[in-house]
Design a protein around this ligand. Structure first.
Ligand SMILES: Nc1ncnc2c1ncn2[C@@H]1O[C@H](COP(=O)(O)OP(=O)(O)OP(=O)(O)O)[C@@H](O)[C@H]1O
Length: 562
């Protein structure tokens, strides 16, 4: 009791001695002026700060976003072999969302709280320098918390990101293979797998939350001890005025809440900076290196001669080569059928033609080493009808003619060539029909025919068909083959085929086995070698089929010879 009455007496003495000065400063007019100036300054500073942050964050996120997208669409094929789709989608959704929405406000709050705390500390220190020591101790303790907590929270945050990838990948592949999953009645297996990935992600997510809760507890406890120390000092030294004590204790209490918020914000900013790091990681060194610089004046390729000179390919340095010192020459306008067992390297041969992976040796087209040309030049010179036809979620017209280069008449004529004209004309929107996600409103055979329409429109000198008729019936296969013969008679054609009938009328058959070319000649000549691979391959389908194919080859050979 005696301590409190002492305090009150001291306060009254303090107020009496400073009364004149205080009255002078706090006249009602002065107070209103100062108040108005402070309010205006606060509004101006807040507006400028928000404007700068919004401008900065929008610009930064746009640059990062564009860079990352450009790198991904031009990415090396190897990158897609080693990175899950979920991982890539995560960068575009979670990380970009973090940079766009969360990080700027976190950063703003952190800076604001830092300056507020600094102001409070400064005020308390000016009132009594002994509090500076308590504050320095407080800051050191907070520093220790950050030192211990930050690396742990960065690891848990990283783990959270890496466990979210499989959840997204699993979901994406399940949606893609929904028909197969239902056909095998495998919904339960898939659900169990999804739960496994989800549990893994949730456990890390909760670990993160718990970690933040623990840190908040320790920060609050430290701040409570700090307030107790400050209050205790007033009991030891009772000559402070009450207003002074009230101000210090109130500011110390504010410090408690703000410090805990600042710690959380600081760690969140440091952790979420990882999103920037991850986006930056995908913003460089992913795109293919385009070293070709040679500019060709004349139309290239004009003939369509293709030479493979000692071409070797390995998908990664640790793996064995899938193409081994391959050399052969395709003459202009020749039709080549490529066959071989599964995994022999047929598709890899075509990926070399398009420079999809770095390879040793040379591919020379019409006398020009394709390694000296820009990638866009090489790729635009060759048309492909791939094994897995791809249509985009756009109008049919845009899918067939993405750059708007051809007239409607040319497109309808090309559709007529593959006998799709009536089917497309029967659609209510015709060429303006929207292709649904995954092109599910077209059958696989129709998709392949639409890819063939693209090739017809481009009218390239070299055409590549990678099992283009694998998903169509025999009649459609014959139709496509006759269209190809008619429309591409002046072109060089490389056809990978599993159906021998498809390539029996080819000028030459190239047979691949374990990454090597083992036979390369006219089918009729190959059939003369009873110990050869082709002879054996043809007789696997039964005697009747073999005879039919041999007759076809002979007829074709004699026709060409004549
Ligand atoms: N992107 C890739 N990354 C790593 N290895 C690959 C890749 N693509 C193919 N391979 C490997 O290269 C080898 C040749 O594959 P490729 O697809 O060229 O054979 P293919 O003769 O076309 O087979 P199929 O007739 O079954 O399509 C195989 O052992 C395959 O595992």
């Amino acid at each position: 009791m005696s301590s409190f009455s002492g305090l009150i007496c001291n306060t009254n003495d303090y107020i009496d001695s400073h009364k004149g000065a205080l009255e002078k400063l706090f006249t009602i007019d002065n107070f209103l002026y100062i108040y108005a100036i402070i309010i205006v300054l606060m509004i101006v500073v807040t507006e400028i700060r928000s404007w700068v942050f919004v401008k900065f964050s929008v610009h930064a996120s746009r640059v990062l976003h564009n860079n990352m997208f450009q790198q991904i669409v031009n990415g090396k094929m190897k990158f897609f072999n080693t990175h899950q789709s979920g991982q890539i989608l995560n960068r575009f959704s979670k990380d970009i969302g973090m940079i766009d929405e969360i990080l700027p406000s976190l950063l703003m709050d952190a800076i604001q709280i830092f300056f507020s705390l600094f102001g409070v500390f400064l005020l308390i220190s000016i009132l009594d320098y002994w509090f500076t020591i308590a504050m320095v101790v407080l800051i050191v303790i907070f520093g220790c918390y950050v030192f211990v907590m930050l690396p742990v929270s960065q690891v848990t945050n990283e783990l959270e990101g890496s466990t979210r990838g499989p959840v997204v990948s699993h979901l994406a592949s399940s949606l893609q293979g929904l028909i197969t999953i239902r056909a095998f009645n495998a919904q339960r297996v898939l659900t169990r797998e999804f739960d496994k990935y989800q549990d893994r992600h949730s456990s890390i997510f909760y670990m993160n939350l718990t970690l933040h809760g623990a840190v908040r507890f320790w920060v609050d406890l430290t701040c409570t001890v700090y307030i107790a120390v400050v209050t205790f000092r007033f009991f030891l030294h009772q000559d402070f005025p009450v207003s002074y004590i009230g101000l210090v204790i109130m500011q110390s209490t504010v410090t408690t809440g703000m410090s805990s918020f600042f710690m959380k914000n600081f760690c969140d900013v440091a952790n979420n900076m990882k999103s920037v790091e991850r986006v930056l990681e995908y913003s460089e060194n992913i795109a293919e290196e385009d070293t070709g610089t040679e500019k060709l004046r004349e139309q290239w390729p004009s003939e369509g001669k293709v030479e493979f000179q000692s071409v070797s390919l390995r998908y990664s340095p640790e793996e064995p080569p899938v193409l081994k010192e391959i050399s052969f020459t395709v003459q202009p306008r020749e039709k080549i059928g490529i066959i071989g067992r599964t995994g022999a390297g047929k598709s890899s041969l075509l990926s070399v033609l398009f420079h999809l992976f770095p390879f040793d040796g040379k591919v020379v087209v019409d006398g020009v080493d394709t390694k000296t040309l820009p990638l866009s030049k090489v790729r635009s010179a060759i048309s492909i009808v791939p094994q897995n036809p791809v249509l985009f979620s756009e109008t049919l017209r845009k899918n067939l003619d993405p750059f708007g280069e051809y007239s409607d008449d040319a497109i309808w004529a090309a559709l007529d060539d593959v006998e799709l004209k009536d089917t497309i004309a029967a659609l209510p929107a015709g060429l303006e029909t929207m292709v649904t996600d995954g092109a599910s409103n077209f059958s696989v055979g129709q998709k392949q025919l639409l890819c063939l329409v693209r090739a017809i429109l481009r009218n390239s000198k070299i055409i590549v068909l990678d099992e283009a008729t694998a998903n169509v019936d025999l009649k459609s296969d014959e139709l496509i083959q006759s269209t190809i013969r008619k429309r591409f008679k002046d072109c060089t054609i490389l056809t990978i085929a599993h159906r021998l009938l498809t390539v029996m009328d080819a000028d030459k058959i190239l047979i691949m086995d374990a990454g090597k070319v083992i036979e390369f000649d006219h089918p009729y000549n190959l059939l003369k070698n009873a110990n050869g691979f082709f002879y054996e391959y043809i007789h696997k389908g039964g005697k009747n089929m073999a005879e039919k194919l041999m007759n076809m080859a002979e007829k074709n050979y004699l026709q060409k010879a004549a």
